[in-house]
Write a protein that binds this ligand. Structure first.
Ligand code: NAP
Length: 268
């Protein structure tokens, strides 16, 4: 059996093993996928160990998405631009780094019936997940505003996006409302379950997407649903970044129905 994994810290609650093992079983491919907890100080050794052990590839989650890049042989254009790797593929002993988060997020929007083309988009938060998503959406949106508690970080994303494709990212909320609001903060997760990153609900002008999928409906999504917004949680992003990673690991193109099946098995 070929081996795949996810490395991170913490990683024990990751849904990726369930998802990838389901895909392998469904496709009749002989891959096993496990979660491996790697402390930041052990990252270099872990990368070496996984290579020696012959792992075909692994996903990389917080806090290693940036640090892992220094240990890889080649990094894809997207991952370089986004400054983060979430997928490592071992091809004949050479390690290749990719980023499937941004494209995974984009595909999850389309899957939910949200086409961000020409939309006014508000992104809440400017951490590791916000930058790739901002850059990806800047290719299609009418406007993108990134609002963050720490203003320097949203300004940095605006600078990086400008350097990437010349798109002007706004860093102040100046519009009356937004077609699409995306929560890229950690507010609403278990430790802050009753909190919401959006104080002013009048800004909601259409759809609201939360990157968080546990809980499946955050306080933000509940409040926005109550005022009639279309709401979507982060499960789709998890599923689509995983599908894209699996295709990179194995070189096998997965059938279109796989996403729907994953929604069913992970929801249950
Ligand atoms: P991160 O790098 O740690 O960034 C956290 C962000 O949350 C920062 O912008 C931070 O603001 C903000 N924040 C934290 N506490 C806050 C508070 N009390 N008030 C206001 N803002 C606060 O995290 P990340 O990696 O970008 O992840 C962000 C979220 O996306 C997490 O919930 C993560 O689970 C989720 N995510 C989901 C998927 C998926 O597949 N669905 C993938 C990746 C990430 P400051 O800059 O001011 O600290």
């Amino acid at each position: 059996m070929k081996r795949l994994a996810i490395i991170g810290c913490p990683v024990s609650h990751s849904l990726s093993p369930q998802m990838h093992n389901y895909i392998s079983e469904r496709m009749g491919l002989d891959y096993g996928y496990e979660a491996i907890e790697v402390l930041p100080k052990d990252l270099g050794n872990a990368v070496m160990h996984l290579k020696e052990e012959g792992y075909s590839g692994y996903n990389v989650t917080a806090p290693h998405k940036f640090e892992v890049m220094q240990y890889l042989d080649e990094i894809s254009g997207d991952a370089k631009i986004y400054g983060a790797v979430n997928t490592v593929v071992n091809r004949d002993g050479k390690l290749y780094g990719y980023n499937t988060d941004a494209e995974g997020f984009y595909r999850s929007l389309l899957h939910s019936g949200i086409n961000p083309q020409n939309m006014d988009i508000l992104i809440l938060g400017a951490g590791g997940a916000a930058q790739p998503v901002t850059m990806r959406l800047s290719n299609v949106a009418k406007s993108v505003t990134v609002s963050n508690r720490t203003a320097e970080k949203s300004k940095k994303i605006a600078e990086n996006t400008k350097a990437y494709n010349g798109f002007f990212v706004e860093t102040e909320i100046t519009r009356k409302s937004y077609d699409l609001i995306i929560n890229c903060t950690t507010l609403g997760m278990e430790s802050s379950i009753d909190k919401t990153p959006l104080a002013d609900l009048s800004l909601v002008g259409g759809s609201v997407v939360d990157m968080i999928y546990n809980p499946s409906e955050t306080t933000l999504l509940k409040e926005c649903k109550n005022i009639g917004a279309k709401t979507v949680n982060g499960l789709g992003m998890l599923i689509y970044q995983g599908i894209l990673a699996y295709e990179l690991f194995t070189g096998v193109e997965l059938p279109g129905f796989m996403a729907d099946e994953l929604f069913k098995i992970i929801d249950n």
